[in-house]
Design a protein around this ligand. Structure first.
Ligand code: ADP
Ligand code: MG
Length: 885
């Protein structure tokens, strides 16, 4: 396909592509879709299965095991060699499976975030899945959208596009539509009449024709070279990796000491080496990072079920420690179903509007009488509606089976008014012609239009009352302001509409505007939001509202949510306008006690976030607009709304698909659950490893035969224990977590509770095992192989009981329903069965030096193993007592 579109004029481009400004029709789209295929922009490659598998072997511990296998071959112990090799392979397969699963679910989550585009087709504007776009389609661009394909621009209103992904240039590029001159060697970043796939619109509006889709885009050409930035590892996993490394060094030293003791006691060198390897495997928590990754990925899946999509894994852990949620109002705490309820026209007349939602059902009523534009038309109403329809980017139309809408909710609500007086919006559009449009941007808080009508040219603007009021004459201002304040205090979201004749299209040279009307809208509260706000409070999380809306409207909504009480808790953007001069500390002092931030400009939002952070808060911030990106990035956790712009989504770490505040609360809860599970896994792995290390060390120091031989330790760690720790990741959460304050984000996992429970349980397990071992050795007719079989069985039992302890750090295990984690029960049974069968499988039993064990011994072992339950239950009881008092 030709790629010098930037050197052609718009008309040449359109004719080469066989396209029209009005867009393709359905038939053409179908035909092109089958010719060019779907517009799936190639994704950067993710990890391959083979890559993950090979990665499993890049671990010093595995090198040592491979070394051990080689030594076994050399010394003629082929069964040992086979056993060790098998363990290495099984371990790698398990690890691969887990990582692959985690990778796939991350991928699946990414695919849930669909990009949609607005496109002109069949003489109308439609919203379609971006994958259904074809060359020749006419696409509409607006601030915040991701450009869906390569596009030659045919219209540009202040269009600015950020292209860093493609050009490396972080400064956004201003676009226009003129043909460029040159010989074709114009760098991508300088092709200013093009917009390229995967870049994002920072501000303005544009229209363009698609010149290439999918692999035929500039990004498609280089996608192969874009390796996925291997998503940063969660801080916890990083910390555990470095912890593992530190432990490895300590263990290495301990191993050397044990080796020296063994040597002095006359153990053969090969046995010493094997023992050191085995002790290393027991004590180094090498499985920890993988187990934690699994737990995190289970967390993300659970969150997805509750409409929270995790884009960055660290957010799972972070959500649990969040201490403040700064939420948008519109769409998050309310439903973003704008309906106009009240109108005030300049003749002093109030109107009530009936109907609700995105449709034209209802009427405009003056003193209870429906207003129509036929017969004796209401001139003020006509002028008002004309302006409201002209300064409008929304779409609302009646289809066979209901209503179809797209675009800004405010704009759609205004279009509904037209139907409510019995007229299709086309009726108004036919009366005038747009000369220039100033689209709505949240930093401007208004939209405006210059239009021609009956020979004259006019200007109309609609937007936030204060902004529009400034443009009215001083006499009109006070009266209108009074009415608007009253409407806002009644909970209406108020917009003003004003206009004037205009001889040119320069905003600055307009005469004083005339008020055309005040619009009072209602956006119903989300019922669940109220409970969610309360739940967050219970969980020690402060909730504040950050909105672009009027302070009175914002306070009225905050009151109904139980979020704020009095006007003292509200601060408005105007009061914050001196914000630039304040340091974050000073600002923090100023806003510490505020709950509602009204008339906030997007950049102020980021300042507020910074100030909250300086107060020690761990902040989650919601956002949807293109301008929210800085705030989303600077928050600890950026939360984008599913309906938000692509730009906001890209800047965030989680996406709430249903836009609902209650889902954020659910995310926090899942985050806390997941974090608890991570602690449980760490608790289990460290305590059992320590117990094994202790028993071996004790035997060496006391110069008695070792209770475990090397291969047995390998078996315990890599097989039975490996099953148990993963199963803990499936533990259902304890709802109690939402009644506790958030955890401190920088608090070490190894706090007092963790350390003490590890020490107590490790000492208990080691004590029981070693005690039984000593007892067995004193028995007449003691046989080492049988003794080890008994001790091994005891160890597996102890571990199986201890997993049950680990299900909660504070609650008695008898108070946690078994059904909360069937995987764990299954894991315990599997581990036990596997171990019992190992004693019977020929070859395996000789390698592991196991033999069948007698019923009587079983009966004796059970209570011995249950001791770890008893001790830890007592421990929980004492700890609990202390905490309550
Ligand atoms: P919120 O925080 O409630 O999402 P916005 O930033 O969306 O607030 O809107 C701020 C103000 O901008 C609104 O109170 C309204 O006055 C004005 N506004 C919102 N949408 C539009 C629009 N489509 N056209 C003109 N003005 C608008
Ligand atoms: Mg908004």
């Amino acid at each position: 396909m030709e790629s010098n579109w930037h050197l052609s004029t718009v008309d040449e481009t359109l004719s080469t592509l066989g396209a029209k400004r009005e867009g393709l029709n359905a038939g053409e789209v179908q035909q092109r879709l089958s010719e060019y295929g779907r517009n799936s922009i190639p994704q950067p490659k993710s990890k391959t299965l083979m890559g993950i598998f090979l990665h499993q072997f890049l671990d010093p511990l595995i090198y040592v095991l491979i070394g051990a296998a080689i030594i076994s071959v050399v010394t003629g112990d082929t069964t040992d060699a086979i056993f060790i090799t098998a363990i290495i392979v099984i371990n790698a397969i398990l690890g691969t499976y887990q990582e692959w699963q985690a990778e796939n679910s991350a991928q699946a989550l990414r695919n849930l975030v669909k990009v949609r585009s607005r496109v002109k087709r069949d003489n109308g504007i439609h919203e379609v899945d971006s994958e259904e776009l074809v060359p020749g389609d006419i696409v509409l661009l607006e601030s915040g959208v991701k450009v869906p394909a390569d596009i030659r621009l045919i219209e540009s209103h202040d269009l600015t596009v950020e292209e860093a992904l493609l050009t490396g240039e972080s400064e956004a590029v201003h676009k226009h539509t003129d043909k460029l001159n040159g010989n074709g060697n114009i760098a991508l970043g300088d092709r200013v009449n093009m917009a390229f796939a995967a870049t994002t619109v920072q501000k303005g509006r544009g229209v363009g024709v698609i010149t290439g889709t999918a692999a035929h885009t500039e990004i498609g050409q280089i996608a192969d070279s874009l390796r996925q930035t291997s998503g940063e590892k969660p801080p916890l996993v990083q910390r555990m990796e470095s912890f593992s490394k530190k432990i490895s060094i300590i263990v290495l030293v301990v191993c050397v000491i044990l080796g020296v003791i063994g040597y002095l006691e006359g153990m053969p060198p090969k046995e010493i080496f094997f023992l050191m390897v085995a002790v290393g495997v027991s004590a180094i928590p090498e499985g920890l990072p993988v187990a934690l990754t699994v737990a995190l990925s289970i967390g993300t899946r659970r969150m997805a079920k509750r409409n929270v999509i995790v884009r960055k894994l660290p957010a799972v852990e972070g959500l649990g420690s969040c201490t403040m949620i700064a939420s948008d109002k519109t769409g998050t705490l309310t439903m973003d179903q704008q309906s106009v309820k009240q109108l005030y026209l300049p003749d002093g007349q109030y109107y009530e509007v009936s109907g609700q939602g995105y449709n034209g059902d209802g009427q405009i009523l003056a003193d209870g009488q429906p207003v129509t534009l036929d017969g004796q038309p209401d001139a003020e109403m006509s002028t008002f509606l004309l302006a409201a329809i002209m300064a409008n980017e929304g779409i609302l139309r009646k289809t066979g089976d209901g209503w179809e809408h797209s675009g800004d909710a405010v704009d759609v609500a205004l279009r509904a008014l037209s139907y409510k007086v019995g007229k299709d919006p086309k009726f108004f559009k036919a009366q005038a012609e747009v000369v220039e449009i100033i689209p709505y941007e949240s930093e401007r808080k208004f939209s405006a239009v210059f239009y021609k009508r009956e020979g004259g040219q006019y200007f109309a603007m609609k937007g936030a009352v204060e902004i529009v009021l400034e443009k009215l004459g001083p006499t009109a201002r006070d009266k209108v302001n009074e009415v608007a304040e009253k409407m806002a205090a009644d909970g209406y979201r108020v917009l003003a509409l004003a206009g004037s004749p205009a001889t040119q299209t320069d905003l600055k040279q307009l005469p004083d505007l005339q008020l055309l009307g005040l619009i009072g809208m209602i956006d119903p509260l989300r019922e669940e939001a109220k409970t969610a706000v309360k739940n967050c409070r219970d969980a020690g999380i402060e909730v504040v509202m950050v909105t672009g809306d009027h302070p009175a409207t914002a306070l009225s909504i905050a009151r109904s949510l139980g979020l704020a009480e009095s006007a003292e808790e509200v601060i408005s953007g105007v009061e914050l306008s001196s914000i630039d001069k304040l340091t974050p500390k000073e600002l923090a002092e100023k806003i510490k006690a505020k709950k509602v931030f009204a008339r906030v400009a997007p950049l102020q939002k980021q300042k507020i976030v910074e100030a909250m952070k300086s107060l020690g808060h761990f902040v989650a911030v919601t956002g949807d607009g293109a301008n929210d990106a800085p705030a989303l990035k600077s928050a600890h956790i950026g939360v984008a709304m599913g309906s938000g712009t692509d730009l906001a989504k890209e800047a965030s770490s989680i996406i709430v698909t249903d836009n609902n505040f209650a889902s954020i609360e659910a995310g926090v809860e899942e985050g806390r659950f997941t974090f608890d599970n991570l602690r449980k896994i760490i608790y289990l792995l460290i305590s059992t490893g320590a117990a094994e290390l202790l028993t071996v060390a004790l035997s060496l120091f006391l110069n008695v035969p070792l209770p475990f031989i090397a291969v047995q330790l390998l078996w315990l760690n890599l097989v039975t224990n490996g099953i148990q720790d993963i199963a803990l990741a499936f533990e259902k959460g304890d709802p109690q977590v939402m009644h506790k304050p958030p955890r401190k984000p920088d608090e070490s996992i190894f706090d007092k509770r963790m350390n003490s429970q590890i020490i107590v349980s490790a000492l208990t397990i080691a004590g029981v095992v070693f005690g039984v071992w000593l007892y067995l050795m004193k028995q007449p007719g003691f046989n080492e192989r049988h003794g080890r079989t008994v001790v091994m069985m005891l160890m597996v039992l102890l571990q199986n009981f201890h997993v049950l302890n680990c299900r909660s750090e504070t609650k008695s295990l008898f108070r946690i329903p078994l059904r909360n984690n069937w995987v764990l029960i299954l894991g315990i049974v599997c581990a036990q069965l596997l171990h019992v069968s190992a004693a019977y499988i020929p070859g395996l039993n000789s390698t592991l030096q196991l033999e069948p064990i007698r019923m009587r011994e079983w009966l004796l072992l059970l209570p011995a193993a249950a001791s770890v339950l008893l001790v830890m239950e007592l421990y929980k009881l004492i700890i609990h007592r202390k905490e309550v008092s």
